[in-house]
Design a protein around this ligand. Sequence first.
Ligand SMILES: Nc1ncnc2c1ncn2[C@@H]1O[C@H](COP(=O)(O)OP(=O)(O)OP(=O)(O)O)[C@@H](O)[C@H]1O
Ligand SMILES: [Mg+2]
Length: 287
Amino acid sequence: MRKMRGHGWRRADCCLHLEAACLPATRTNRTVMPAKAGMTLAIGSASNSPTPWTFVRQNRRVHTLPSAPMTHWQGLEIISRGANRICVRDPGDPTLCLKFELPPAERTRVGPRQTLRRWLARVLPSLGENATELRAYRRLRTRLGDGMAGRLATCHDLSVRTQGTALRCDCVLREDGSVAQSLYHHLFVDPRYPAVALCAAVDSFESWLLQNDIPLFDLNAGNFVVLEQPDRTLRLVCVDAKSVLSGKEILPFSRWSTRLMRRKIERRAERLRMRIRAALDPAGSLQ
Ligand SMILES: Nc1ncnc2c1ncn2[C@@H]1O[C@H](COP(=O)(O)OP(=O)(O)OP(=O)(O)O)[C@@H](O)[C@H]1O
Ligand SMILES: [Mg+2]
């Protein structure tokens, strides 16, 4: 057990990330959702427990979740969900996935600026996550061509389905055909790689961003999936390119100045490495 940084949740038997959780959109779940995606929640009972999961905060039970994570959403097989979208397999093609923007009530709570952005996106769909990610991907594709291979999941188009409009992307798959898990999953749900190997994968991704001057700043663990390479090293594939075009700053200096952009990429990559070490090697990360 240990205290989680920045909030009062403690790690109990297992941890859950919004992007891995696939929680049903009930009022109960919204009540316990944290303010930010990527925040770790403590769960008081094991994931295979027949009893409902209970959140524990400073030894007080605060809420209960259903015991089984959802596997399907509107009849589609869920891969994972982020703060804004749910990612499902394309029923017509297992090599593809579909990302649907969630209705407001099912998204995580955010600050006023992002709330405003979400509201604008409802009025102007071209500002939504899917349209923004597709634009960002296409812009990079035009600039880098095959130089993007293996670094960013391919985005194809916006596809109208009965469930809504989805962003159709290549699903990042492992050698055995299973869906690659997010870095978040490898940190908090099923850790199987050492921090040093994952940090080396971050180094490599960071070098690629710097070499190509790519302003991809949202280097959070839910935006990457992890692939094992034939030589046993790990590679990160980014599955969310929207931060190339959309950021949280009011005055985006780091997009106007290459020097500031590089410094920001370095800071964000270092923060990600620190999070990896803190999750997998807490003793080492304090030295
Ligand atoms: N192309 C893909 N291949 C495999 N898995 C994917 C792919 N795209 C997304 N995922 C899975 O879905 C999760 C959420 O995806 P994504 O980051 O696009 O959602 P989001 O709503 O933008 O999240 P956030 O706003 O929190 O960044 C990822 O962590 C990953 O597990
Ligand atoms: Mg994302």
